[in-house]
Design a protein around this ligand. Sequence first.
Ligand SMILES: [Fe+2]
Length: 353
Amino acid sequence: MNSLNTDYNQIYPDRRPRIMAVDDDEINTAVICALLGEEYDIIPANSGREAFRKLREQLPDLILLDMHMPEMSGHDVIRVLKQHHVYADIPVVFLTADDNTEAEVQGLSEGAEDFIRKPLCKDVAMARINMQLRLNHLQNNLKQEVARQTQIAEKRLESFERMSVQMVTALANTIDAVDSYTNGHSVRVAKYTIMLAERMGYTGDRLTCCQFAALLHDIGKIGVPAEIINKTSKLTDEEYAIIKTHPAIGGNILAGVTEIPDISTGARYHHERYDGKGYPDGLSGEDIPEIARIIGVADAYDAMTSKRSYRGILSQERVREEIERGKGTQHDPYISDIMINLIDEDTEYKMHE
Ligand SMILES: [Fe+2]
């Protein structure tokens, strides 16, 4: 039995395996102690109740369980064991005098790992017990390894998600740096977009999608000459036409982000109007993708509540009036109402640049 002893040393370096033997017949538990006591620490229990009392004191590595016992039978005991979060993983081996396949099938379906027939043959019992101890040890190792790898994967994912937000924000800041008068515009539009989207029931990945789309909605401005974007005097019709190309340019730039198609959608359609008079495609009503309708309201709000080269921040009352006026013409009326609620709740007008 040297090889088995070596196994124990690997599995239980500081002690011998603990086996609980549950049998209503005291002679049987005494026989188990006599036969197996040299190899294992045996915890005898002469009823299901005594077994549970002793389980609370010390957990065994395996339970030998008699099927036929008064009060709580072996079947009753294993049902309770397998439903218990602490005991469920302890391997159970039924002890049976029956040459009864049906009883064995039932025992296995209840979660027993194996059977040992009574009267016990020491070598057979040890071989089966040791196999279960080894299997259980491997299973526990595997569970620990899966838990460890899952934790590593989750940490990597979290880090990747943080990096994505940081990269997209950096890109948004690059876009805003081109326009010296709208510093921080994209980050603020993203903030208002998230506030609106949350009230519309967006959560998790959908909300992150809105955040990214809002951060990058003006990315097409990179394709518009800086002198036009930064011009402080009135734009000519030609210059205005060039500015109006930025949603389509942005849509094209982001079309390659196929993992999050809404990002491109947000850029392309954020200047569409609910009444169909917007650009680039003149879409109207709910034909305009919802994400673009949300960004549209957030964009208009920030345009009015941030400083421009030709004016300061508008009064909150004026902003509220403008949003109210744009309901159903410039903007989705439902989303405008949510914006108006946000304005009304912001009693100290903290929500501006
Ligand atoms: Fe824009």
